[in-house]
Design a protein around this ligand. Structure first.
Ligand code: OAD
Length: 278
């Protein structure tokens, strides 16, 4: 599936000299059964009974209807907690184990599946947050804490119980806690979303792998366009062409692979590890 030219790029990646950054999106978790955002059954196409999807994921809606917003995130959490990492996740964990500090994973996914597959917290930048965590909505403290609920499967319109609502409050000020995810009416920052660290890692990369993202969000766009301007090798994996596909084809030694991430990433991990026979 990986062309001979791209295989050559991967085989010549020097684990003692080069740095690899992987940028992932919802397509990487699609093979674990988690809907993407903009696909036909995507989260941003199917909302809840009362809201259009993109209205739910805002601070403005949360301020007015915190229970409704939480009910939707608990539905998504249930989907994520019942999913398991797929071979694409496992491959990226293997690449990190091989490259160690010469690897950084920048993920837009909030499902925690990269961590579950074995990528380390230190080298995984969850730039859109993680559904398994919450924080004070008023920011009375800057802390991020694990969600104190099991995250079992539920329907998207199942209301919160009183007991659940009680758990979703800040233990310090008593106000609502919020999901630790970036919303549409908010901006990236370093403290919660590691935005500067992500840009810095991308600026030092010699090879950028972009997998399973439609390129619709701001920071991933900056990462890919900055890398292209620096003349970095970029390889994209996606089941369909994205706004990045033409750009990556013009990068030195880079290119676009139209195939599922769960099939291509394991092949790439083998080529990077030098364990391939060819
Ligand atoms: P999207 O739903 O926008 O795009 C998913 C991409 O994955 C598409 O380009 C698909 O073609 C591709 N894809 C689907 N299945 C695949 C597979 N098996 N292998 C490879 N590619 C596959 O999801 P994202 O790009 O991740 O942000 O969306 C970015 C952000 O937009 C999300 O993190 C979310 C959303 O608003 C926040 O919630 C802050």
């Amino acid at each position: 599936m990986v062309s001979e030219a791209l295989a050559q790029t991967l085989k010549t990646f020097d684990p003692h000299r080069h740095r690899l950054v992987a940028l992932t999106g919802a397509g990487v978790s699609a093979e674990s059964g988690i809907p993407t955002f903009r696909g036909n059954d995507g989260f941003w196409r199917i909302g809840s009974r009362d809201y259009q999807p993109q209205e739910i994921a805002t601070m403005e809606t949360f301020r007015q209807y915190p229970e409704k917003v939480w009910q939707w995130y608990l539905y998504r959490l249930g989907l994520c907690r019942s999913a398991a990492p797929n071979p694409g996740h496992a491959a990226l964990a293997a690449v990190e184990a091989h490259l160690k500090d010469r690897f950084t994973l920048i993920t837009q996914n909030v499902d925690g599946l990269h961590l579950a597959a074995g990528n380390t917290r230190a080298r995984t930048l969850e730039i859109h947050g993680n559904l398994s965590y919450l924080r004070c909505a008023r920011e009375c403290t800057p802390g991020i804490t694990p969600l104190p609920l099991p995250g079992t499967r539920r329907d998207r319109d199942t209301p919160l119980t009183e007991a659940e609502a009680a758990q979703l409050h800040c233990p310090y000020c008593g106000g609502w806690a919020r999901p630790h995810v970036l919303w549409f009416d908010e901006i990236y920052n370093e403290h919660y979303y590691r935005a500067e660290t992500a840009l810095g890692a991308a600026n030092r990369a010699s090879l950028l792998l972009v997998a399973g993202t439609s390129g619709a969000t701001n920071l991933p766009n900056r990462i890919v366009y900055q890398a292209a301007r620096r003349g970095v090798t970029i390889i994209e994996i996606n089941v369909a062409p994205s706004p990045f596909s033409r750009l990556v084809t013009g990068s030195p030694g880079g290119g676009f692979i139209q195939a599922p991430a769960g099939e291509v990433l394991p092949e790439m991990a083998t080529l990077l590890s030098g364990r391939n026979s060819g």
